[in-house]
Design a protein around this ligand. Structure first.
Ligand code: TQI
Ligand code: ZN
Ligand code: ZN
Length: 169
């Protein structure tokens, strides 16, 4: 089933709200912002935590951005497929996506080949799980299961994800 990071890091007790912001360098569209708002909602529906977008990137608890290749945190991205995104355990709050993926946004193929298409909302829900302190799950239906097929949309928390995150918060 679900797992946690070593030492079980989580956001501090009594935290009921976390702010998030998008890297100003990316100049993100409202469409991408909507995808993340829905992804955060999946988790806030099951734990006493609200996620609020803020414009002050430098002071946000969770900082989201798209990057290509080496982007300064020692975990370089690798172009199409391979690593799609990564997130660091609490309370780091860094959520990075590989800008070279062929992201599918709300069912639209934004660029590239459908063969290598990856659903952004599915990846966002998974990475937010890591941001909250969840590791990977052995349950195939779980959002935190460590593989997803290209083009597949998987955005609903499984009971395994819910049990894991409710154990933390
Ligand atoms: N990125 C890995 C992931 O998020 C990075 C990673 C590997 C990781 N081990 C970790 C992050 C342990 C935190 C803790 O799992 S990924 C999927 C999935 C990836 C994979 O690009 O391989 C998703 C990103 F589950 F579908 F395979 C998002 Cl949804
Ligand atoms: Zn990174
Ligand atoms: Zn993962």
């Amino acid at each position: 089933h679900y797992s946690f990071f070593p030492g079980r890091p989580r956001w501090p007790a009594r935290t009921t709200q976390l702010t998030y912001a998008f890297s100003p360098e990316n100049g993100l569209s409202d469409v991408v912002r909507g995808v993340f708002a829905r992804a955060f909602e999946r988790w806030s529906e099951v734990i006493p935590m609200a996620f609020v977008e803020t414009a002050t990137y430098g002071r946000a608890d969770i900082r989201i951005g798209f990057y290509s290749g080496d982007h300064g945190d020692g975990e370089a991205f690798d172009g199409v497929m391979g690593t799609l995104a990564h997130a660091f355990s609490p309370p780091a709050g860094l959520l990075h996506l590989d800008g070279e993926e062929n992201w599918v946004i709300n069912g639209d193929f934004v660029n590239g080949s459908p063969r290598t298409a990856v659903d952004l909302e599915s990846v966002a829900v998974h990475e937010i799980g890591h941001i909250l302190g969840l590791g990977h799950s052995a349950v195939e239906e779980a959002i935190m299961y460590p593989t997803i097929s290209s083009g597949v949309r998987k955005v609903e928390l499984a009971s395994d994800d819910v049990m894991g995150v409710q154990e933390l918060y």
